[in-house]
Design a protein. Sequence first.
Length: 298
Amino acid sequence: MGLDFLSVLRGVFTFAVYVGFTGVLCVFFFLVAAVKFLVPVKAVQKRAGRVLDRIASGMWVACSVWTHRILGRVAYDIRGQADLHMGRWCLIVSNHQSWVDILVLIRVLAGRVPPYKFFIKKELLWLPLMGQCFWGLDFPVMKRYPKHVVEKHPHLKGQDLETTRKSCEKFRHTPVAVMNFMEGTRFTRHKHKKQNSPYRHLLKPRAGGMAMILYAMGDQLQDLVDITIAYPDGVPGLWKFFCGQTRRVRVDVRLRSIPEDLKDGRYFADQQGRDRFYQWLDQLWVQKDQTMGGLLSD
């Protein structure tokens, strides 16, 4: 179904507002990032890092939330546990269907979790502008050597894990919220069929990234925030969302515990450790799949 003139106008205006406040905040962001880069004093760099977090996870998030409260027409139905705290380290996992998921997560979690962090590949630091943002926000770097490289250079075995762990040391005294879309890609029926996924509404979760996060930060992470997002009227694209065509979003938020025996890195050491991790992850995903079914059929 096509969009009417008023919907298109709403979409153009919403997009323009995003460009406007993002551009203004980027000016302040890069000025502070320049101070962090040019002044080699730890106290100054630490303070600059906190300001950058406030710009990204505070001011930008607040602007995004208010933009959709004013211009959007979405009715949010948020269910489940909601005992979240800004002062607690947490790992956020969510299903992934659309770029809209990110805006939904921002709306649901705004002011309820510490600054967001994403594990990124080292190569992303070289991207123009985005790489500087990742560096300024101290996004932890995830480095993995391919199996054939480790076989050729045995001395590299385990170094990637330690490199990732060291990149997280800076968060030992500063609460953060680590975000992870565990399916690794957006859900489509084609991908679901191609994977032969055992779950009705979800793709298979990828264990490697999750295992890396738990190994690097397991002793710091206090909460596992399990979020399930459902669109009862169909999964929207970002443009239709801006145009106000998404009327209902249902979100389930639950706090779950992280088993201690999954934080020791045994996933990378032996098959028994991997089997234990897969078992726990499957249980989590079975429950998530059931929750997703309830959100869609309610």
